[in-house]
Ligand binder design. Structure first.
Ligand code: DQA
Length: 145
């Protein structure tokens, strides 16, 4: 089984970006830890990060070719992107939305996710662990369907 892991804008700046909110791990740290975890689940990961909305849409569409599901942190696009929401709905792959921070206890504008309604679930607030929990939930969901 292969899972696509997608990260949106400014996630490439983790480590130095507002560490009091997002922690001190870099995106490479998070991805390497997640790949180790994926091995224990016996699955393969493909990973992608972009600051560009259309590139994220292209990657979601590409995942349909050879992936069984998607873990996505759409970052700021969570709150704005109809295009990413529509791409998730269009490919029909099970998708889990993850966030490092708890978007529900921050600014008002972060509380609304345009993407969560087309995902099987959302995990927010557990730092880097959100990715692990999201991946585990997605794999369990796929195995059960
Ligand atoms: C984020 C939360 C978003 O509101 C924010 O724009 C991000 C990161 C998170 O992982 O906590 O860039 O998705």
């Amino acid at each position: 089984m292969k899972i696509m892991v997608i990260n949106g804008p400014n996630i490439n700046m983790l480590g130095t970006r507002e560490p009091e909110i997002y922690g001190s791990l870099t995106l490479d740290d998070i991805i390497n830890n997640l790949k180790d975890y994926a091995k224990t689940l016996g699955i393969e990961l493909e990973t992608f990060q972009s600051n560009v909305e259309g590139e994220i849409v292209n990657t979601i569409q590409k995942a349909k070719n050879d992936c069984s599901g998607i873990v996505i942190n759409p970052a700021a696009y969570t709150h704005t992107s109809v295009a990413i929401r529509d791409a998730i709905a269009a490919v029909g792959l099970p998708c889990v939305e993850v966030h490092l921070s708890n978007i529900h206890n921050r600014e008002e504008f972060r509380k609304n996710s345009l993407t969560a309604p087309v995902c099987i679930g959302q995990i927010a607030g557990f730092g880097a662990n959100s990715y692990k929990l999201g991946l585990q939930g997605l794999v369990d969901y796929i195995n059960a369907t």
